[in-house]
Design a binder for this molecule. Structure first.
Ligand code: CAA
Length: 259
């Protein structure tokens, strides 16, 4: 898989979009490899956290591939948008948290890819934007839906209607990213967070992700019902018994079993 690399460090799977010559733009071949890698990570329950980044120090992902898109007709555009959305939805629904390590341009499909992740950490040179209306199209890989859910309707509409890019500090100010760090500290920061998450009970983390994501699609009563279910299911795990025993017996160093 040369367009998308997959590396495992302990319980953390690192996915790297690897087309640096085109600033990691998402040509169909890249999307196909990404789809396959996401399926591999989903099947690997030993992955407790996934990280997505881009190869090189200039770009996370500079968007869908404009050269490939330019001659598409309506039916082909529909297929392309549906395909990208299907993969990004699979990322959003992965069993484990996904952290986007945004190492440069995150434009169009790149910004949308980061939005399908649970958490975004950016390097100081990161640039976010939804430039699509300047190309005569709308965002097509989830941007019209997830950007507003992440930064609120006002900032999402401003970014999409103006097609103006924003720098990392502005992305932090509007809540698009959790943290901004110098480029050389990006992967160490992301991996430290990933390993910190991976130390907790993986099933409980996964249940929390499910409760938050599913609950956001529901009204408050539906959301609370989702939480009650996800909370109760944890009591069917060895890790719940173990975690609480550790508390009672004042054991500080825990090692959960993912069972
Ligand atoms: N599609 C295809 N190729 C791309 C690309 C993209 N989205 N972004 C960059 N590239 C290619 C360039 O064509 C160039 O290739 P060549 O060397 O073969 O000419 C190479 O990557 C390097 O790019 P630049 O020379 O343009 O680099 P730069 O530093 O001058 O500019 C940039 C960087 C500002 C990111 C500029 O490349 C750019 O504006 N890219 C397009 C960004 C964009 O509009 N993205 C949204 C795409 S639409 C979309 O994503 C729709 C959707 O939601 C599904």
């Amino acid at each position: 898989m040369e367009n998308v690399l997959l590396e495992k460090q302990g319980h953390v799977s690192i996915i790297t979009i690897n087309r640096p010559k085109a600033l990691n733009a998402l040509a169909t071949e890249v999307l196909k490899d990404l789809e396959a890698v996401v399926k591999t990570v989903e099947a690997d329950k030993d992955t407790y956290v996934a990280v997505i980044t881009g190869a090189g120090d200039k770009s996370f992902v500079a968007g869908a591939d404009i050269v490939e898109m330019k001659d598409k007709d309506v039916a082909q555009a529909k297929e392309y948008s549906a395909y990208g959305n299907q993969i990004f939805r699979a990322i959003e629904q992965l069993h484990c948290p996904v952290i986007a390590a945004v190492n440069g341009f995150a434009l169009g499909g790149g910004c949308e890819l980061s939005l399908s992740c649970d958490i975004r950490i950016a390097s100081e040179n990161a640039v976010f934007g939804q430039p699509e209306v300047g190309l005569g199209i709308t965002p097509g890989f989830g941007g019209t839906q997830r950007l507003a859910r992440t930064v609120g309707v006002g900032f999402a509409k401003e970014m999409i209607y103006t097609a103006r890019n924003i720098k990392a500090d502005k992305a932090l100010a509007i809540g698009l990213v959790n943290k901004v760090v110098p480029q050389e500290e990006l992967m160490p920061t992301v991996l430290k967070m990933a390993n910190g998450i991976a130390k907790n009970a993986p099933i409980a983390v996964a249940q929390s992700k499910k409760a938050i994501n599913n609950g956001l699609q529901l009204d408050i009563d539906g959301g609370v019902a989702e939480e009650v279910k996800d909370f109760a299911e944890c009591f069917n795990t060895e890790d719940q018994k173990y975690g609480m025993e550790c508390f009672v017996n004042r054991v500080k160093e825990k090692e959960f079993k993912n069972k």
